[in-house]
Design a protein around this ligand. Sequence first.
Ligand SMILES: [Zn+2]
Ligand SMILES: [Zn+2]
Length: 281
Amino acid sequence: MSPEPKRKEVFLNMKQAAAFQVSVLASGSTGNSLYIESAEKKFLVDAGLSGKKITSLLASVGRNPEDLDGIFVTHEHRDHIHGVGVLARKYKLDIYANEKTWQAMDGMIGNVPLEQKNIFEMGKVLTLGDMDIESFGVSHDAIAPQFYRFYKDGKSFVILTDTGYASDHLRGVVKDADAYLVESNHDLEMLRMGGYPWSLKQRILGDKGHLSNEDGALVMTDILGDRTKRIYLGHLSKENNMKELAHLTMENTLTEKGLGVNYDFRIYDTDPDEATSLFAI
Ligand SMILES: [Zn+2]
Ligand SMILES: [Zn+2]
């Protein structure tokens, strides 16, 4: 029995306020960028398209690069860093990456002033304004690839793409978030039958490549929890996948495991050229 029901109500309302607003600005082998804001901070995770393109994607969700505080870089592949240097210089943004990734990016993004270079080592938690950000390593053919989990007010959001394999440790780190951007890179049959050279197929299929639709769905069955409300399918290959296939595979796999697709949580598509509408977490 609460002696002060009114105060409890206020408290509950406060807890229900959104911790984050997020838009997947672009996702796919051709370029990746995600926007996340809290009451106090506004960040991108990766900027793998031109500065111009990212600016127009931000505008499509009513946001402006001038208001950004920084960019978290996951790894040095071009589809994640193409616009990092330009945006950093133009808007004086803080850039966060681990030391090895900074070394690997040297010569790829032009000059970033020293005071904007921030080291964010794998497995660490950084507090910036009202949010905590945790980095975690993935299995991918870059120097030291890491992705991020954002926390605020007990809510959290996970980005997990560009990994060929999800270890038990990784699954533990990303468990039961409120929302996910998870990799559905390719359909196995399309990749096997398609025109990619054998070596590239092996790279994608390998432990340091990308999660297939099936593997992404199996990882999701393992990590989603009672809190999970939204699953965004990301990093789809243009050549070796289709949105409908990725979506169906996730839906069927989760349904087969007895999970509540479309009532406990929903599955959403992303696009390589179009931002998702802002969603609240
Ligand atoms: Zn990559
Ligand atoms: Zn990538």
